[in-house]
Unconditional design. Structure first.
Length: 244
C-alpha cells in the first residue's frame, strides 16, 4: 500500500475514569498515546489531536474545534493537517495500547486493489450503517459539495472499499481502529458539516461513516486484539497483563 498518514484522537473526556487524561495513562511502562504513535511510526505525517505536553519528534499536534467536541470534530481537525498528496490515513483512538504495526499492515492490505478471483482473507465489504433516515444523506443543492467521494473500483467494476477496520468477536466495528481513503473521509466531513448546520461537535462516528463502503477485518494474527480500548480502570489492568 505504500505510504500512509496517521491521525490519533486523544481528546476524549474519560468520564468513566474520573476525567483523567486517559491517553497519558501508562501500560507496560509507556503511555497509551505513545504506544499508539509507535504503532504508526512509519506513517507520514503523524497527527495527534488533543492536548499533549510532549510528543515524539515530527508529530503534529492540533486541537479539535471546540475542544472536547468529540471524535468527529477531532477527525476533521486531523484531516486538515494532512498534506495534499496523502491518499490513505489510519484513524485511531489514542487508548489502544495493544495496537501494533503488524495490525496496521493487515488493515492496509485490505485497501489494496483486489484480484479478479480472490477475496482478502478475514474481511468483507459492507456499507456503513445508515443514518436514522435509512439511507446515506446527500448534500443539499447549492452546497457545492459532491454527494460522494470518487469511487475506487475493483477489477469486477464494483466500488472498492473506502476504508477497512477491525471487528471484534461479536461483529462490532471498531471504527477508530481503521484505515481510510482520505478523499472519502473528507467528503464525509463536508457532508456531515452541512447536515449539522456547520458544527461537528458531538457528532457520532457512525454518522461520519454512513454511506462509506467498509471492509470489515477480523483479527487473526498473534497476540491480543489490537482494537482493545481502555474505557475503565479494569480495561487498563487487562491491557497491562497482555502487555507483559
Amino acid at each position: 500500500m505504500g505510504t500512509y498518514a496517521a491521525v490519533v484522537l486523544a481528546g476524549g473526556a474519560a468520564r468513566r475514569m474520573g476525567g483523567l487524561d486517559k491517553p497519558a495513562l501508562p501500560v507496560g511502562g509507556r503511555s497509551m498515546r505513545d504506544r499508539v504513535l509507535a504503532a504508526v511510526s512509519d506513517a507520514t505525517p503523524r497527527v495527534l489531536v488533543g492536548a499533549a505536553d510532549a510528543v515524539p519528534s515530527g508529530v503534529r499536534v492540533v486541537r479539535e474545534d471546540p475542544p472536547g467536541g468529540g471524535p468527529v470534530a477531532a477527525a476533521a481537525a486531523g484531516l486538515a493537517l494532512l498534506d495534499p498528496d496523502v491518499s490513505v490515513v489510519a484513524l485511531l483512538a489514542a487508548d489502544l495500547p495493544l495496537l501494533t504495526r503488524a495490525a496496521i499492515g493487515e488493515l492496509l492490505k485490505h485497501l489494496e486493489p483486489e484480484t479478479s478471483d480472490t477475496e482478502p482473507a478475514g474481511g468483507r465489504s459492507a456499507p456503513a450503517p445508515p443514518d436514522r433516515s435509512g439511507s446515506a444523506p446527500v448534500p443539499p443543492a447549492g452546497s457545492g459539495l459532491a454527494p460522494a467521494p470518487p469511487a475506487h473500483s475493483g477489477l469486477d467494476g464494483e466500488r472498492g472499499p473506502d476504508g477497512a477496520c477491525f471487528v471484534d468477536g461479536d461483529g462490532r466495528r471498531q471504527s477508530l481502529c481503521g484505515v481510510w481513503r482520505v478523499a472519502a473521509l473528507r467528503a464525509a466531513v463536508q457532508r456531515l458539516t452541512v447536515e449539522r448546520g456547520g458544527s461537528l461537535s458531538g457528532a457520532p462516528v457512525r454518522a461520519l461513516l454512513a454511506g462509506l463502503v467498509v471492509r470489515e477485518v477480523a483479527w487473526s494474527g498473534e497476540g491480543p486484539p489490537p482494537w482493545f480500548d481502555c474505557d475503565t480502570d479494569e480495561d487498563v489492568r487487562r491491557a497491562e497483563e497482555w502487555a507483559r
